[in-house]
Design a protein around this ligand. Sequence first.
Ligand code: ADP
Ligand code: MG
Length: 741
Amino acid sequence: MEGLRFQVVGEAFAKKPLDVAMPNERPSEYFGKKVFNREKMYKYLPKAVYEKMVDVMDNGARLDRNIADAVAAGMKQWAMENGVTHYTHWFQPLTEGTAEKHDSFIEHDGKGGMVEEFTGKLLVQQEPDASSFPSGGIRSTFEARGYSAWDPTSPVFIIDDTLCIPTVFISYSGESLDYKAPLLRALKAVNKAATDVCHYFDPDVRKVTSNLGWEQEYFLVDEGLYAARPDLLLTGRTLMGHDSAKNQQMDDHYFGSIPERVAAYMRDLEIQALELGIPCKTRHNEVAPNQFELAPIFEDTNLAVDHNMLLMSLMKRVARKHGFRVLLHEKPFAGINGSGKHNNWSLSTDTGVLLHAPGKTPEQNLRFAVFIVETLMGVYRHNGLLKASIMSATNAHRLGANEAPPAIISSFLGTQLSELLDHIEKADKDDLFRLDGKQGLKLDIPQIPELLIDNTDRNRTSPFAFTGNRFEFRAVGSEANCASAMTALNTAVAEALADFKLRVDAKIADYTERTEFSEGTGHTAKFHAIIDVLREDIKTCRPIRFDGNGYSDEWKAEAARRGLDTETSCPVIFERYLDADSIRMFEAMGVMTRKELEARNEVKWETYTKKIQIEARVLGDISMNHIIPIATNYQSRLLENAERMRSIFPAEKADELNARNLKLIEEIAMRTAEIETQVDNLVSARKVANRIDDEHQKAIAYHDTIAPYFDIIRRQIDKLELIVDDALWPLPKYRELLFVR
Ligand code: ADP
Ligand code: MG
């Protein structure tokens, strides 16, 4: 073992950046090269089929079988021209990452030879063996196999020799077994509810789209160093490691120049991502050493989610080529910033962004206010659920650690927007409505200054901040599938908008009857109704608005007083999915049934338990097989040294010279004994927890009785790291993991 660490560090230092061949074309030319996008459809499909596909993609029209055959034929031709031999349904099961099973195009031709074949049936539906994917008991309950079905709103793409077809994954009885099916249903719900509300202002709006622009943070670690860290290898994070003398305190990494080997990696990654149609835009260093970020231009939420999943797997592949490993874990290193994935979210109509201020007319500004307030209503009513949607065993380390938003959902609006809402809420109604001669009604919604866009100050502590034309949901974890957060958020907003409309319609009916609103006809009644309901809601959702410092202890107390969810235990937070309010919302919006929600929670709890279980085992192994033997080895050397002193010097003199050694020997003895005791305790606690059958209770036991040992054991190991001879220490240290590149 001795020396391995120095060897891998030396090798890592010696690595040179790879020479990445730059394409001859410009990025705008190779963008989407490996995607069967509209341009390729136009080229490879008969005109009528192309038009039908556009209808399917844009308006959700049904895809009939004969069209599917023609589409498959065009796809096959394009794919084969690009050297493709296989195809796969690509889906997002409830595990991490994506799943695929490749089949070749090859089929018997009936004459003893082979042909390449790919039909509409193969494109549209497959039956992958679902038994090894988590289903939370749905399969055993329903005796159903799963099938994957093409999602034509996300285009197929090529990876190496394989045509990848984005699909949803569902059980035979119709329950979703993946992330994508509920997301598509949530997007449909928000489209319907938001379009209805838009009609108060503009009857021509045909469709409302939910947009997502994610920002992916990640760490890069040299692969030799990575391989020498069993904890990184098996859990994605370091379970031990003393602080590096220097880490991020100089603030010299953020936006600094990108290290060359990393720049080569980014270049390679971006070329491949652009070819796959991922519109990469921004790259930079992040706050922590060896931490970086990549962000594309925002897209329709469904496509953006697929692109993020695709990018995460691409990142891992490309990293290996460059001798790196990419860490997507939310908290790979204690004591320095972890990684998140800000989800920039907005709604837009076929005519423009809805959360964009200022509008040109008072009506547009009123519409803006309605969408802001109803978003807040959704976030307020379901703040616990939204937290559950971003929570995981790994993200739990990051939230509330003074670097990321706290484990309390609140929304930052900034002064100007807050003032606008206060004005609408409190202004004398006669001031809001003025009769303006011949033109009838005049709405006095204050002009929103142009400044708003740039002026929304960057309150980094807010988990859900308004940033000019969008909300930034910052609590999402770097490793997460964005679909989880986006499903919860879009459903919550859909419900708020639908509820808003119900109440406004009721008031319009009522006000139209009444004479005081009759001037200016129904128009007046409508705006009076909207303003009245809006004012109610501004009051109701006030507790979710918080512009102060989210890291402070005062906020935790204040949030609890406001009735916001302040729970911090991950398995308990998952319970929010099964609250009566959550189930009612998901069912009413047609997104998930109680059965699906229950099944998913089983998967969440089980996954949580497994993660903690693996970490506990790895920590136990490393403690007993690496740390204690090495520390004991060093201790023996010290003992030998002490004895030799005694053989050379008179006893009194030897004792004096041995004082430091004896102190170290004692400290090592005490710390290794403590590690042994605590690892034993950890193992016993695991045995107790493993006897619990109920997944929910088991996860809680893992959280309450097992996870707390991690810090206790780690503290001893990190102290030993400081005293044991550096040449003996087997694990690459923080300074090496973070500064070697
Ligand atoms: P930041 O300054 O927050 O790091 P970036 O420019 O890195 O911002 O990323 C912002 C992300 O927000 C990008 O993906 C961008 O395309 C996206 N974005 C911009 N406008 C909108 C919008 N209206 N809706 C959704 N996403 C948006
Ligand atoms: Mg951002």
